[in-house]
Design a protein around this ligand. Structure first.
Ligand code: ADQ
Length: 467
């Protein structure tokens, strides 16, 4: 069997998956199959150029890590990845900083990764590259002669062709995707954007189902919606830490229904819009006011990127004014917590909540939506209010789908969710559970890797890939 090599910007010890999300999903694949996980160590040092790869053994997995210099970190990570690709891919051209220096730093780090990774590879390795930080990695590896199968998965959305075309160097970026054997997206919408872009901008020809030919090369692309480990998360909901939190919340909020939001504090998550919708709900339903409390957990994220400080202040001021205007001596409508909740406690919080508000303006998938469902009591489940702009909305049709820009519509959905009879809650929850069980994280890994294995091998010349 081939060895699996996973490459992602950040890596984590797969035996300790405290962070959730991508780290948990990748740990899952690697722990099962064993293999190599290559990425940035998280360390920024004065001069990383000649630094060696640091290895660490973590059960069946070898972690291989490189440090970044301050200049590379600033241009690659802060500048291009999070200052250009993250906002544009989340449809926020207004927040992108197209400083011309960033793209060369982005390319430099991808070249550094390729140079350091290449000597570690075995001939029949299968390489799986993750996310927007590393789009050109396969092209850089191919330029050094790498012939192994390489797959790429984009965890965030791909915007429509014209929006993509606003990025200076967009053609370079998308051409680099053709160095992969398989490119995976979270949703059909993202795949359609890819097809639209390559057909209109790169004059690519659709070859057959899911394959496109351009730049003298053929690439396979598909939608592989990421899932969670439903069984693991359900078990976590019954473990002591979650149960303890659940019981404490139930006691403290015995007279109220809880609404919950759990997000990284990011402008893509629609937090101010969510607060405005909740304010609208409180305004329109004075009789229900003191019977509902919204707990919003927003974990600190990328605090050295300026757009993030702005969203932090906006959210704080909205929560403050809602509590100031609607609060009573014995009731505050919003509890806003600017911290990460330990993964082991999250299911307790989800289970104690009647409603989850998962209302991003744009999201690749959103795993919180799936975790909330998995943590519910099947006899008395809560209701998922989900943005139609989350990748998860393509799959989770039985959730209450909302347009997060529509304050009144979202407020109406909150009311509906709080008043939904138990029979309807059960029926919706059962249908949603079927979907998340069927398309869980194991399905995601297996189907992506099987599709990568099936890709037809093609002469992987190196010359056309020079960017
Ligand atoms: P994220 O944008 O980080 O991930 P999401 O999928 O919602 O978003 O969450 C990832 C994980 O982080 C979840 O397991 C969640 O429990 C955890 N998490 C989020 N906020 C937290 C908090 N405040 N405290 C504790 N834990 C928290 C990116 C894409 C998503 C995509 C994932 C996986 O942006 O669209 O679903 O990758 O592909």
């Amino acid at each position: 069997m081939s060895r699996l090599v996973v490459v992602s910007n950040r890596i984590a010890d797969p035996r300790k998956t405290a962070a959730g999300g991508l780290a948990v999903a990748l740990a899952e694949v690697l722990n099962n199959a064993g293999g190599l996980w290559f990425g940035w160590s998280g360390k920024v040092i004065d001069d990383a150029e000649d630094d060696d790869v640091v290895f660490q053994r973590a059960g069946p997995v070898t972690l291989a890590m490189v440090d970044l210099s301050q200049a590379d970190h600033d241009a690659f990570y802060l500048g291009y990845s999070n200052g250009v690709l993250w906002p544009v891919f989340h449809y926020r051209l207004d927040l992108a900083d197209f400083d011309a220096g960033y793209i060369s730093g982005y390319r430099r780090v991808n070249q550094l990764f390729a140079r350091k990774l290449l000597p570690l590879l075995k001939p029949d390795d299968v390489i799986w590259v993750h996310d927007y930080h590393l789009i050109p990695l396969a092209a850089e590896l191919r330029a050094l002669g790498c012939k192994q199968r390489i797959g790429f998965f984009l965890h965030i959305p791909l915007p429509p062709p014209l929006m993509l075309a606003a990025i200076p160097g967009h053609d370079w970026l998308i051409r680099a995707l053709f160095a992969y054997d398989l490119v995976g997206f979270q949703s059909k919408a993202d795949l359609d954007h890819f097809a639209g872009y390559v057909e209109s901008e790169a004059h690519a020809q659709p070859v057959d189902d899911g394959r496109w030919r351009a730049f003298g090369r053929t690439v396979q692309a598909g939608a592989f919606p990421i899932g969670i480990d439903v069984q693991e998360f359900t078990e976590l909901a019954h473990a002591p830490e979650a149960v303890e939190l659940y019981e404490r919340m139930r006691l403290e909020y015995s007279r109220r229904k809880l609404l919950v939001g759990v997000d990284r504090l990011d402008y893509s998550k629609g937090l101010p819009q969510r607060m405005r919708a909740f304010r609208e709900f409180l305004t329109k339903n004075p009789d229900l006011r003191s019977s509902a409390t919204l707990i919003q957990i927003a974990s600190p994220s990328r605090e050295n990127v300026s757009a993030y400080t702005e969203i932090l202040h906006e959210l704080e001021s909205l929560c403050g004014s809602i509590n100031g205007n609607f609060g009573e001596l014995d009731w505050m409508p919003v509890r806003y917590i600017h911290r990460t909740v330990a993964r082991a406690r999250l299911p307790g919080l989800y289970r104690a909540s009647r409603v989850a508000l998962v209302t991003p303006l744009r999201d690749g998938m959103n795993l919180v939506a799936k975790e909330f469902l998995a943590a519910q009591n099947v006899d008395d489940p809560g209701v998922l209010v989900l943005s139609r702009f989350a990748g998860a909305a393509e799959q989770l049709r039985e959730a209450l789908l909302v347009n997060p820009y529509d304050t009144e519509g979202t407020a109406a959905a909150i009311l509906l969710a709080l008043q939904m009879p138990v029979e309807e809650r059960r029926a919706r929850h059962e249908a949603l559970m079927q979907t998340i069980r069927r398309y869980d994280v194991h399905w995601w890994c297996d189907s992506f890797l099987a599709a990568l294995e099936r890709t037809q091998s093609e002469e992987k010349g190196t010359s056309w890939l020079r960017l």
